[in-house]
Structures are given as structure tokens and as C-alpha cells.
Design a protein around this ligand. Structure first.
Ligand code: ZN
Length: 219
């Protein structure tokens, strides 16, 4: 029968056309269709996805952050048109209530941020040159943590910069400080002033160098 013959032929050519599956490919369902990845942008201030910033208490700072990091997303959420579109659906009463609540929340958050900043600005970094004996000094640096600087990372930075030992230790008052071998106090001051590496955000006015001389007769 011609029909049967045709089918056989078709089957055969299909078998030839289909290459055997590659040996490395595992059996199982085919991989899902590639889809553009869903891009979630997390806020660098409140850590929520940026569309939820308004529910946090740092909207002003969130907005500043977004404006700096993703202008496109910023205009999507905060441009005049976006705000108009959103507010336009609310009654006047609801609008003013929303504005009041937002203002209240923000005032509170700003006061908190203000207090944190004041505390920071009142914090002192002390670089102490400590004389161990006539020739040997160590340098202790205290107070960096008040400026959100990771002490371990800072110690590492000092160690590699000065090719010397540096560690985080507790001082007699029980507070953590960095102790660097050798007298590097002026250099440390310059590094802080120049915001080298992770030493960022410390006003030079908040840094002082003090001397701790060995007591006379203590030799
Ligand atoms: Zn946010």
C-alpha cells in the first residue's frame, strides 16, 4: 500500500532527523522557558523593596537614596505625575490625612536621625601614641565604631598599610580599640582625614592624637 509505505518512510526520516539526546543532558522535564528576570530593587535605606518605602519611617531618606541610585525607578514612584495619579483617587479628606500622617512619621524619623547624627558628631576618635619603652611604641585607635566603621576591617587595613601587626582588643575600660604596632599616629590621622579605604565619614575635628608617656622611673 502506498500510504503505508509513505508513513514508514516518514518514520524513518524522522528517526534520522532527530539526533539522540546529548549524553550530558539529564533526563527530565525540559528547562522552563527563559523569562526576563523579575527585578526587585531593594531600598538601601530601609531595605524594603522600593515600592514599600512609603510604609517605613524614612521615606525622605529613601527617596533621596532612590533618586541617587535609580532615577528611572524614582520617577516611577515619586514623580509629580506618579503622585498625582495616586492621590487623585483619594478624597480630599483622605489626602490631607495621608499628608499629615506622612509628615508626622517623617518628623519622628528625622528627629531620630538627627539624634543619631548629633551623637556621631559628638563622638571622639582618639589616636594614642603609647610608649612601651625608649624605642618601642604602639598606637591605639579608639572610637571608630561610633562612625560605623568595622574595627576588624580597619585593623586589617592598618596592618597592610603599615606592614605591621594590628588587632582589635579591649582596653582596660572594657571598650574595643585597635592597637597597631609602632608609632603610626600621625599616619593614622592622615588616613582618617583623607578618608582612606573604609575610614570614611569622620570629621577631622573629631579626631585627636594623645601621648601616653611611660611614667618616669618606670624603666
Ligand atoms: Zn526605603
Amino acid at each position: 500500500m502506498p500510504a503505508k509505505k509513505n508513513r514508514d518512510k516518514g518514520d524513518k526520516s524522522a528517526a534520522i532527523a532527530d539526533p539522540p539526546p546529548a549524553a550530558s543532558e539529564p533526563e527530565g522535564p525540559p528547562p522552563p522557558e527563559p523569562r526576563p528576570p523579575v527585578r526587585v530593587l531593594y531600598c538601601g535605606v530601609c531595605t524594603f523593596p522600593v515600592e514599600y518605602c512609603e510604609f517605613g519611617s524614612s521615606l525622605t531618606r529613601c527617596k533621596e537614596w532612590l533618586h541617587e541610585h535609580d532615577l528611572e525607578a524614582y520617577s516611577k514612584y515619586y514623580s509629580d505625575e506618579a503622585l498625582q495619579a495616586k492621590i487623585g483617587t483619594l478624597s480630599l479628606e483622605a489626602q490631607s490625612k495621608l499628608e499629615q500622617e506622612t509628615a508626622k512619621k517623617e518628623a519622628k524619623a528625622e528627629a531620630k536621625a538627627d539624634a543619631a547624627l548629633k551623637k556621631k558628631l559628638a563622638s571622639q576618635v582618639t589616636i594614642k601614641r603609647i610608649e612601651r619603652n625608649k624605642r618601642k611604641h604602639v598606637t591605639s585607635i579608639h572610637g571608630l565604631e561610633a562612625f560605623d566603621i568595622d574595627l576588624k576591617k580597619a585593623a586589617k587595613q592598618f596592618a597592610s598599610k603599615f606592614a605591621t601587626g594590628a588587632s582589635v582588643t579591649k582596653n582596660p575600660q572594657g571598650l574595643e580599640e585597635i592597637v597597631v604596632q609602632g608609632d603610626v599616629s600621625d599616619e593614622v590621622f592622615e588616613m582618617i582625614e583623607g578618608e582612606v579605604g573604609i575610614l570614611k565619614g569622620i570629621p577631622a575635628d573629631n579626631v585627636e592624637i594623645v601621648e601616653e608617656k611611660k611614667k618616669k622611673g618606670g624603666d
